[in-house]
Design a protein around this ligand. Structure first.
Ligand code: B3K
Ligand code: ZN
Length: 876
């Protein structure tokens, strides 16, 4: 892997006019014939050779305009094909034949097999594992695809676009042809062949076109695809209503497969999904699963316009499609569910995933300028921070102008491969705003720190707010410029009413958005009749760390009165956090842990406030995680002390709220048949949060066991099992429940993943042995990414005391596993290895163990570029 630089971008020398592919499918010897029609780009050297990308390829035939090309005119290696002496101006046709082995493809990139089905994954650079090709996103062409395969084993032959026709092919084979008229880059190519069941529906677009919708799943699982189908139709309607975007082919297909490196893939007209994000019914899916399915179905569908019709010029522009499409799926979830509740969930995720990335050795800008392995840049920074940056553009412009800017973007760039600059320019053009400073959000890594302090002048009836922004240094970026930060604010009176200033000096204020543009800014709010309580960064309008010391009393007032419910939740977190931090410090010293009564009162008041949505109340009760506490502590972290301290706080809340939790547990039942709607899910979430607190003060597992026995859906069942396994791990009840769960769901790998994940997250040093035992069970399949993520991934990412046990055995275990996984599937290995990114914030003994484990990886021979890149950056 060489380092690729954005500055080296150059358009191609040849224009690809069209692509005609023929696959003769065979499990171990698939023949691929690619007919590519090119002509030279204008103004290039008429002698320049054509260089095509490959990856582990063997060339078995090459024709130029139907005539075999003599060997002196080309050079083929496993990773490139160079053709010389090509026509100077006329178009020419190259016919390239390769033979590939889908069965041996354990990387799950290119064409591979999963449960007997042929399937492809081409983003980012998988197409070059199928045939030699200009495998880059700025090469767009219409594709014809012919698929030939054994008919009995593969009744289904699918590719992108519209179905052209099919017929028998002799010798028990048949063939099908597809044509995709929309020029697309190779990363959006897809092929699926096999024997699958289908759920069918139709959708009539705003302009009256009827679209066939098909979701393909394993035979017998069709009923579990109906929720995904419903989510798809809602996504199609939403994109028409909210963004004026109609679907553009006659058919839209989704295929669910069980071996997949990520969540899903937006191939044109033929999305391929990890079956975890398609299959649902109340017996196997939790409310969180339903919400993820809805969101990911929407996300991939929305890519049809943001990603497919308008794509990236090069992979540095990944956030052009990903940040924007995450923004769109967030907006969709907010419209389908509850806006404040979805916002809280997004921010929790941003802080627990993206903030540590941005504050550690893997920090990189939303639009990076170099990479060694592009697969390592499908990060939470590109996706989630990319979405936040898009959302800030919407905040700066307002909803209507943002929509006008999006319309211009679709109009101006449809069919093109473009850059972030092109995207931002559309919003400048419709608003007249200069977004030069704002664009630094794309280029500067690191989470800004904003420090605020306020002073009220009763005589002048003015409030002065001083704000300072600081950009932390990140790898490769030491000095940075101040950003344009849109900070939503409210001034609240003691009685909870909003105070509106008569005028403001020192910063632009539009509605509730304060524009920070200088390193330090002093803002004066005039005409404020009484001391205001300040609510800063409402709705989390900007992804920053905020330092603002507010009294517990002021925070309690925000928690009670803010009309922005996100801000209420944030105030509760801000009230709780100092207690959790102090608890960790006290536990480390062996001192008693105490919890501030103002916090407990405010939390319990929110929990029992019937004017608030149950889902909100459940989120308020979910305290910051151990990892969040570690991040806030900032260094010299002892996971055991954090765990012990947090546990003590939970227990104090549980004792104080015993009656409230007991009554919530009774009153939040959801009578009638199961429904996955957001309101019912919220009731279950609150009820299970109450049960979790009740179990903190319970001495025996009896109540949790009763809940397990009574559960009639997977949300309640897995919540009860989690309590039994985590809170009462050594009891007969916990063991019996784990055994029962295993027996009931042996046949269902996705549910077994929950069983694995719950056990992988059991706190404490003993969990490592359990994991090693679980890896030996026949249900655990090393080659399956979902199984690996459920067991090893959960352990490394979500079990600070187990993974971070003081003797370093957790880190050594991970190092061994990474080296093993890397042999088969480098992308998966590299992804799981990022769990080590915060090792420097551990206390010295653990940090030493972590470093040794990382160095063991670093010293190993034969590492993939993927793992090499991550381990080098983490150790740097
Ligand atoms: N675009 C794909 C991700 C591809 C990852 C390649 N390593 C899914 C998505 O973001 O929609
Ligand atoms: Zn995406």
């Amino acid at each position: 892997g060489q380092i690729v630089h954005l500055a080296d971008y150059r358009p191609t020398d040849f224009v690809l006019e069209r692509v005609d592919l023929t696959f003769d499918l065979h499990p171990t010897e698939t023949k691929v014939e690619a007919r590519l029609i090119f002509h030279r780009s204008e103004g290039i050297d008429p002698k320049a050779p054509l260089v095509l990308d490959g990856d582990e390829l063997v060339l078995s035939g090459l024709l130029l305009d139907q005539t075999e090309l003599p060997a002196e005119h080309y050079t083929a290696t496993p990773d490139s094909l160079t053709v010389k002496d090509l026509p100077e101006s006329a178009p020419f046709e190259l016919t390239i034949t390769t033979v590939i082995n889908p069965e041996a493809n354990t990387q799950l990139m290119g064409l591979y097999r999963t449960s007997g089905v042929y399937c492809t994954q081409c983003e980012a650079e998988g197409f070059r594992r199928i045939t030699y090709f200009p495998d880059r996103p700025d090469v767009l062409a219409p594709y014809t695809v012919n698929i030939i395969a054994d008919k009995a084993a593969n009744p289904l032959l699918l590719s992108n676009g519209n179905f052209l026709g099919g017929a028998g092919y002799g010798e028990g084979k048949h063939f099908a042809a597809w044509f995709d008229p929309h020029p697309k880059p190779s990363y959006l190519f897809a092929l699926v062949a096999g024997d699958l069941g289908v759920v069918e529906d139709t959708f009539v677009t705003a302009s009256g076109r009827e679209i066939a919708l098909k979701i393909y799943v394993e035979h017998g699982k069709e009923p579990r695809a109906t929720y995904a189908m419903d989510a798809l139709k809602r996504s199609m309607t939403w994109d028409e209503e909210r963004f004026g975007r109609e679907y553009d082919l006659d058919i839209f297909m989704i295929v669910a497969v069980s071996d997949f490196n990520m969540g899903a893939m937006e191939n044109k007209g033929l999305n391929v999904f990890n079956d975890k994000y398609v299959l649902a019914d109340p017996d196997i899916a939790t409310d969180a699963d339903y919400a993820s399915i809805e969101r990911i179905i929407a996300h991939e569908y929305f890519h049809n316009w943001t990603g497919n019709r308008i794509t990236c010029r090069d992979w540095f522009q990944l956030c052009l499609k990903e940040g924007l499409t995450v923004y769109r799926d967030h907006e969709f979830s907010a419209d389908q569910r509850s806006r404040p509740v979805t916002r809280i969930a997004e921010v929790r995720n941003l802080k627990s995933e993206q903030f540590p990335e941005d504050g550690g050795p893997l920090a990189h800008p939303v639009r990076p300028t170099t990479y060694r392995e592009i697969n390592n840049f499908y990060t939470t920074t590109v996706y989630e921070k990319g979405s936040e940056v898009t959302s800030m553009i919407a905040t700066l412009l307002g909803r209507d102008l943002f929509r006008t800017g999006m319309d211009l973007y679709f109009d101006r760039h449809d069919g093109q491969a473009v850059t972030i600059e092109d995207f931002v320019k559309c919003f400048e053009d419709v608003s007249g705003r200069d977004l030069t400073q704002f664009s630094l959000w794309y280029h500067q890594a690191g989470t800004p720190l904003v420090t605020a302090s306020g002073a009220y002048d009763a005589a002048a009836k003015s409030f002065t707010l001083t704000l300072e922004q600081m950009q932390p240094a990140t790898p490769g970026q030491t000095s940075k410029e101040p950003l344009h930060i849109p900070l939503r604010i409210a001034l609240i009176a003691e009685d909870g009413t909003l105070l509106t200033p008569t005028s403001v000096t020192g910063a632009e204020l539009t509605d509730d958005v304060l524009h920070l543009t200088a390193r330090t800014q002093t803002v004066v709010f005039h005409g404020i009749p009484s001391r205001p309580v300040l609510s800063l960064n409402r709705s989390f309008s900007t992804p920053i760390n905020l330092q603002f010391s507010q009294s517990a009393k002021d925070l309690a007032l925000i928690a009670r009165y803010e009309t922005d419910h996100f801000a209420r939740w944030q105030a509760l977190i801000d009230l709780g956090l100092p207690n959790l931090l102090q608890a960790a410090r006290d536990a480390r010293e062996g001192a008693p842990v105490t919890c501030d009564a103002v916090f407990i009162d405010a939390l319990l008041a929110a929990a029992s406030d019937e004017s608030l949505e149950p889902a909100f109340r459940a989120l308020a009760l979910a305290l910051p995680s151990e990892a969040d506490i570690g991040r806030e502590l900032g260094g010299d972290n002892d996971p055991d002390a954090i765990h012990t301290g947090r546990r003590a706080i939970l227990k104090q809340i549980a004792e104080a709220g015993k009656d409230i939790f007991a009554s919530l547990y009774d009153s939040m039942q959801t009578p009638g048949p199961f429904s996955p709607d957001a309101a019912s899910a919220g009731r279950r979430a609150l009820r299970n949060a109450a049960l979790t607190y009740l179990s903190q003060s319970d001495d025996s597992p009896a109540r949790a066991k009763a809940a397990y026995d009574a559960a009639n859906n997977m949300t309640d069942l897995s919540a009860a099992l989690t309590i039994l396994a985590h809170r009462f791990p050594d009891t007969a009840e916990a063991k019996a429940a784990l055994k029962d769960f295993h027996e009931r769901f042996t046949e269902n790998a996705l549910v077994i993943d929950k069983w694995l994940a719950i056990q992988a997250a059991i706190p404490g040093a003993a969990t490592l042995d359990r994991i090693q035992g679980l890896m030996e069970t026949p249900l655990f399949k090393r080659a399956n990414p979902n199984r690996m993520r459920a067991l090893v991934g959960t352990f490394a990412f979500s079990n600070p005391t187990g993974f971070g046990r003081a003797d370093g055995a957790g880190y050594r275990f991970l190092a061994q596993e990474i080296l093993d996984i890397d042999q088969r599937n480098p992308q998966l290995a590299a992804r799981i290895l990022t769990s080590m990114r915060s090792w420097r914030s551990l206390e010295p003994v653990r940090a030493d163990h972590a470093r040794s484990a990382l160095m063991q990886i670093e010293r190993a021979g034969g590492l993939s570029t993927d793992v090499r890149d991550i381990v080098d950056r983490i150790l740097k």
